[in-house]
Write a protein that binds this ligand. Structure first.
Ligand SMILES: *Cc1c(COP(=O)(O)O)cnc(C)c1O
Length: 466
């Protein structure tokens, strides 16, 4: 079991920046811990100040739907941890993905003046077929309703992605560690494909967190998180964030991106790149989509995430070591057909893991149970310590059956491309004692009639340390 590499090239996601990143000097009572600002609105001294702030000619908080001090601290901290230029926080990871795709591929982006016309078809997105079920629902259903089309691609075949790009394509989307099978795509190669056509690569970094990987360093243009998971780490608040890495420049091909490069009445007949330069995309996400659609992050939830981030390194190390220990043991269990985690010898992602993930590849793993659906049901129902719940990144270990839970609405084609079978079981390994977790799994194998019936021939079990 490798120890955490403190000197790897993941500078900027350090324990210090996890705790202090983005914090400004406190005035007034000077609390050591940044306070939670629970206020829906922010007061103006004069009508002139209000007018200028609402017209976005001056910066300042107006109403908490588009920003508040506690949420802004989370945004600055995430921008720092992901080596970005700025961030927008949202009510959930799902909202962060939705708003980013609407800003980049919505129908306003296809109109000469950046205004949406009902008759103008929206843009096209190429997304990894090995993806969180909620993201698949979003693209297959709600964003499809908004006219955005999608092509699903194998994340480990960048050449296919290049072929799928059309004149309508506006974004490429991939998960740095795929949910549920922990696939590791070649982010650098996908970034190259995207950039060769002037397109941004969006990386959902939820399963890795910036502690394990900073996609900006591999060429990602936007890094998206469900902060509900490892960033929060305590299974309480839902939250999302999108970080702009400062790479994407809509002005390089202005006619392709009128929502940023053309003057619109929405923004006082000025264009966003002129007014906000590199911040144009985040400004559209915040001032149009977050403002109009309203999936804003509550200050109290932002505080939960900020508190979680302070211990990100310590927690994620333990998550990873626990997951590695269980993956290793599952591998030798006769009732397990296949274990998917990059730490497992011979895993197709092992090489990418060594190259890009010196600290580990996270704590989501899956395995194929050697049995039928009834066995799967008995096995899952017999687990005690592993909660049957649709979350990851909590202190508590969780089990999920993707085919009937997180990925239940996938089309048969997407389920096949994502290799989600009736036998696929996802574990989100928590931070309990690994021996207790293994005991729980063993007990469930026995309850399902899948125990090691002859322990004398079972491979000697290694004492794993964490
Ligand atoms: C959970 C999850 C999301 C959605 O985030 P919410 O905060 O639940 O809305 C998106 N992507 C991945 C990889 C996830 O695991």
């Amino acid at each position: 079991m490798s120890s955490p590499h403190q000197n790897s090239d993941t500078a900027a996601c350090t324990a210090t920046s996890q705790i202090h990143g983005g914090a400004a000097a406190q005035t007034g009572l000077r609390p050591v811990v940044p306070p939670v600002h629970l206020s829906a609105a922010y007061e103006f001294a004069t009508l002139r100040d209000a007018r200028e702030a609402f017209a976005q000619r001056e910066v300042g908080f107006t109403y908490s739907r588009t920003g508040s001090p506690t949420v802004a601290l989370l945004e600055r901290r995430m921008a720092e941890l992901e080596t970005g230029t700025g961030a927008v926080a949202t009510a959930s990871g799902q909202a962060a993905i939705a708003l980013t795709l609407l800003a980049l591929a919505g129908s306003a982006g296809q109109s000469p003046d950046g205004r949406a016309y009902p008759q103008t078809p929206a843009g096209h997105v190429i997304a990894s077929a090995k993806i969180y079920g909620g993201t698949a629902d979003l693209l297959n259903d709600s964003l499809a309703d908004a006219g955005i089309t999608v092509t699903w691609m194998d994340p480990r075949n960048p050449a296919q992605w290049a072929e799928a790009i059309t004149s309508q394509t506006r974004a490429l989307l991939v998960e740095s560690i795929g949910n549920p099978h922990a696939d590791l795509p070649d982010i650098a190669a996908l970034a190259e494909v995207a950039h060769s056509k002037g397109l941004p690569l969006l990386v959902d970094n939820t399963l890795a967190s910036p502690y394990l990987l900073q996609p900006a360093k591999l060429g990602a243009d936007f890094v998206i998180h469900s902060a509900t998971k490892y960033l929060s780490g305590n299974g309480t608040a839902l939250a999302g964030v999108v970080v702009d890495t400062g790479r994407f420049n809509p002005n390089a091909e202005p006619t392709k991106w009128p929502q940023f490069t053309a003057a619109t009445p929405r923004f006082g007949n000025t264009c966003l790149v002129e007014r906000y330069g590199a911040g144009a995309v985040l400004h559209l996400i915040r001032a149009k989509y977050l403002h109009d659609l309203g999936p804003c992050l509550a200050p109290w939830s932002a505080q939960q995430v900020l508190e979680g981030i302070e211990t990100l390194d310590v927690r994620v190390d333990k998550h990873c070591r626990n997951a590695e220990a269980l993956a290793e043991r599952l591998l030798t269990h006769p009732a397990v057909q296949r274990v998917r985690h990059p730490s497992v010898p011979g895993d197709p992602n092992a090489k990418a893991a060594i190259r890009h993930f010196p600290r580990g590849t996270g704590a989501v793993l899956s395995f194929e149970l050697a049995g039928d659906y009834r066995d799967v049901e008995q096995f899952i129902n017999a687990l005690g310590l592993f909660k049957l719940a649709a979350n990851i990144g909590d202190s508590r270990s969780m089990v999920a059956h993707p085919a009937s839970m997180t990925h239940c609405r996938l089309t048969p084609e997407l389920r096949e491309a994502g290799e989600i079978t009736e036998q696929s079981i996802r574990l989100a390994v928590g931070r309990e004692n690994p021996e207790d977790l293994w005991t729980d799994l063993e007990k469930a194998f026995v309850a399902a009639g899948l125990g090691k019936n002859d322990t004398s021939t079972a491979p000697a079990r290694q004492e794993t340390t964490v």
